[in-house]
Design a protein around this ligand. Structure first.
Ligand code: FES
Length: 174
């Protein structure tokens, strides 16, 4: 770099430039060269860091995620839910009342008691239907479907699993 600047200064002197102009050109050329060399150094360092990384070093291991604790299991005795009858439990997530039902022998499911019209509590299943006292909606106790409005959406349905002599409330179904 110094040799290049000295040769250039000699050429400038031969062209008749003064000492002050030559010094200024040398300073500018030197600064540009320094910036270029610095940039090249940074680029080389970056490439070395990227491609020269030791492939044998494994990323730090983190502890395996622990499964979320299971919520409380809500269950009732199978004998508490006769065919056509129901047992009331609480959804542990919302605190809402839920009716576990057995519409036909051996078929179990559960429905939210919250009316889909305006949120009143529907009555327990009776004669295959659940009645909402607020505005008169009626729901099918086997499917949760609307029989009479003004509600237009079925009651939310839960899965129910039988485990020995117990019925466990499962998650809400889509
Ligand atoms: Fe049930 Fe209106 S809230 S019918």
């Amino acid at each position: 770099m110094d040799g290049y600047l000295a040769a250039r200064a000699g050429r400038d002197r031969a062209r008749g430039l003064g000492g002050r102009q030559i010094r200024r050109r040398s300073l500018v050329d030197g600064s540009i060269a320094a910036v270029a060399i610095g940039g090249a150094g940074l680029l080389a360092g970056s490439l070395t860091a990227t491609f020269g990384r030791d492939k044998t070093v494994k990323p730090r291991q983190t502890a395996a995620p622990t499964p979320a604790p299971a919520g409380p299991v809500v269950s009732v005795a199978v004998s508490a839910v006769p065919v056509g009858g129901s047992a009331q439990v609480k959804d542990p997530a919302t605190g809402d009342a839920v009716y576990m039902v057995q519409p036909t022998a051996g078929q179990y499911c559960a429905f939210s008691s919250v009316c889909t019209h305006s949120g009143c509590a529907v009555d327990a299943p009776k004669n295959g239907q659940m009645y909402c006292p607020c505005h008169g909606s009626k729901f099918d106790a086997a499917t949760g479907a609307v029989i009479n409005g003004p509600a237009t959406k079925p009651l939310p349905k839960y899965a129910v699993t039988k485990e020995g002599d117990k019925l466990n409330l499962g998650p809400l179904q889509a």
